[in-house]
Design a protein around this ligand. Structure first.
Ligand SMILES: Cc1cc2nc3c(=O)[nH]c(=O)nc-3n(C[C@H](O)[C@H](O)[C@H](O)COP(=O)(O)OP(=O)(O)OC[C@H]3O[C@@H](n4cnc5c(N)ncnc54)[C@H](O)[C@@H]3O)c2cc1C
Length: 592
């Protein structure tokens, strides 16, 4: 089985021509992100991901993780060494503040690199993904003391971090959280059980920093009564050295459908005197602090959708080139299945959903860079906020389709584990569930991101997409054709949004009923927008001397395929969305 080959050409193209990396490199603090530096970083990351992390993917799937009698998680052979290489290479420090040992590189560049780790090995990649989210949460909400004590070690990768929200009775509904925190001097004593904690315990780093949501004794009920705490596995002395073991740890590991090498832990806090924890941010405002981490992780999980799609696509193409079955149209002899139109349909679907998802995810990260460092921060903040549930929801839903097609291209061998296609399918399945299910992302898009601002952020996005179509309509015949159907799709997205704004007040079930289709509609249309931008850039490049002709040619064809075969889905999503809630809700509960 071939190892992962990072799509550096596509990544670089998106960075340069769609996201506007040259403008991002002009933002204060990002001066180091020159084109040469970006190319060098992508090149080195592609080596580490392809040569070191990717070969561990199948090993991890087959061997999984184990909890030993001392309560320590043993990771699969090679995982720890790969993590050391990652930490020693400074990869965990890429987007962080130099004050804490970071390299101060743009978020969008760090996202490119993160995509590579996730493509190479989602199970392994989850560990650095969570650390990055925790660093952001601490940077934005931690006291100076907490920042100085914890961030540098997380940035250097010597320590890793986790996110502890879920409890047996509190999954999507965090208001039901029961873990408790009692104040005691300069710290708190945490007691409670958390479930499903990714990389909650492991042997890859010397300390694990748990970010834990819990309630203080006087906390109001609901989400307004939740506080956030840092609970280190090993306590940290004044001088930064490690102290004794804290009163917390993994009590068991879950057996899962996929991501076998990512330890999913049941964590117990405070079986004895109570785990020592330190408040992050203000009392009762923990959820807002945790949202920094959750938003980071939501975009990261969307990126995982793109990453596993890319991996499944590469595997399927390799197989389709080798597997010979039946004469293809126009041939007398049996041909490689890549020549059959239906296999082409599958491969092109996989390819274009991945390319569109990648471009959309990077657009969100690019906006994040402008939000963090640019002048029109509020505008970009609204854009990132709007795109986050779309990237998380749509890119992970399409990953189900893409990895499913990856199995299908392999025929019966796709169902057999040794090809690896099944692993991608199984690994991808969690992506629409953790970090907020697709249903929760869709509700976020409808509620907080559309109804709350009366559609303002979506209107700005619609206007930008329409501008893009208008420019294309004045371009070549080919661009006019590519952009033709996108115009209608953008208009229909606008109409659906207006229907939502108008009709939801009169029907309490409407928002929840149309949310998923609205999210998929938005993702499909935004994907089309990115593919149009890619086609415009590819055509421009083709008129220059040093263009990569094959790449640009393929990009234009990808855009044409997307508009012909993927974009028409907008009619189905919009049609379902504006059908309202009646047929969804009218069947009596007893009749199910
Ligand atoms: C492998 C794995 C790793 C995980 N890692 C972590 C981690 O590191 N840290 C952590 O804290 N958690 C983690 N989780 C937990 C994960 O985030 C939750 O499983 C997820 O948020 C869903 O919660 P739940 O499982 O309780 O499902 P439920 O909330 O019970 O949802 C069940 C179904 O009901 C739907 N639903 C629920 N509420 C609503 C609503 N209001 N409106 C519409 N639909 C609704 C959901 O969409 C879903 O389809 C992990 C889970 C797994 C399986």
């Amino acid at each position: 089985m071939a190892e992962y080959r990072a799509p550096v050409t596509d990544m670089t193209f998106i960075l340069q021509h769609l996201v506007g990396m040259d403008k991002i490199a002009e933002l204060p603090g990002y001066e180091e992100a020159s084109a040469d530096m970006v190319a060098a970083i992508l090149e080195e990351a592609s080596k580490l991901s392809g040569e070191v992390i990717s070969p561990l993917n199948i090993v991890g799937d087959q061997n999984g993780v184990a909890l030993d009698e001392k309560g320590q998680v043993v990771t699969p052979a090679g995982f720890k060494e790969a993590y050391q290489q990652y930490a020693e290479g400074g990869w965990g420090s890429l987007p962080f503040d130099p004050e804490f040992g970071g390299q101060g590189m743009p978020q969008v560049l760090a996202a490119n690199v993160m995509e590579m780790w996730q493509s190479a090995n989602i199970s392994w990649g989850l560990c650095p993904l969570l650390s990055q989210g925790a660093i952001e949460a601490l940077e934005s909400s931690g006291s100076d003391e907490l920042k100085q004590r914890y961030i540098p070690k997380l940035v250097s990768g010597e320590w890793t971090a986790t996110m502890n929200l879920t409890e047996p009775q509190a999954g999507s509904d965090l208001a039901a959280l029961r873990s408790r925190a009692e104040p005691e001097g300069d710290h708190y004593r945490i007691k409670g059980q958390k479930i499903f904690i990714t990389w909650g315990e492991h042997d890859m780093a010397e300390n694990i920093i748990h970010l834990v949501l819990a309630r203080l004794p006087n906390a109001p009920a609901g989400v307004r009564g939740i506080s956030l705490f840092i609970v280190p596995k090993f306590l940290v002395n004044e001088d930064g050295s490690l102290g004794g073991l804290n009163d917390c740890g993994a009590v068991s590991l879950e057996h899962k459908l996929g991501i076998h090498a990512s330890p999913t832990c049941v964590m117990s806090f405070g079986d004895n005197a109570g785990a020592i924890g330190y408040l992050v941010g203000e009392e009762h405002k923990g959820l807002a602090c945790m949202f920094t981490m959750m938003n980071n992780a939501r975009l990261g999980v969307g990126l995982q959708g793109v990453a596993v799609s890319e991996r499944a696509y590469q595997l399927a193409v390799d197989y389709a080139r080798d597997r010979v079955q039946s004469p293809a149209p126009g041939c007398k002899e049996s041909a490689a299945i890549i020549r059959h139109p239906d296999v082409r349909r599958m491969l092109m679907t996989m390819r274009t959903l991945t390319e569109a998802g990648r471009a959309l995810a990077y657009a969100a990260y690019g906006s994040l860079d402008h939000q963090l460092r640019g002048e029109d921060s509020a505008l970009h903040q609204a854009r990132v906020s709007l795109l986050t549930p779309i990237v998380k929801g749509w890119c992970t839903e399409t990953a189900q389709e893409v990895t499913g097609l990856g199995v299908q291209v392999h025929g019966g061998m796709g169902f057999i584990e040794e090809t690896g296609a099944a692993q991608h399918y199984r690994d991808a399945r969690i992506l629409t569930i953790y970090e907020g299910t697709s249903g929760i992302q869709a509700q976020d898009l409808v509620g907080r991101k559309t109804l709350f601002d009366k559609g303002e952020a979506m209107d700005a996005l619609l206007a930008e997409m329409l501008d893009c179509v208008e420019v294309a309509q004045q371009g070549s015949d080919r661009l006019q054709a590519i952009s033709g159907s996108l115009l209608s799709a953008i208009e229909v997205l606008g109409q659906t949004q207006r229907y939502l704004l108008k009709a939801s007040a009169a029907d309490i079930n409407l928002a929840g009923s149309l949310a998923f289709n609205y999210m998929m509609l938005a993702g499909t249309v935004c994907g089309g927008w990115q593919m149009l931008k890619a086609a415009q850039a590819a055509e421009n490049l083709l008129s220059t001397e040093d263009a990569d002709v094959n790449f640009c040619h393929a990009k234009l064809i990808s855009a044409e395929f997307y508009m012909d075969q993927i974009l028409p889905r907008y009619l189905g999503y919009a049609g379902a969305a504006v059908s309202g809630s009646e047929s969804i809700m009218q069947l009596d509960e007893d009749l199910f």
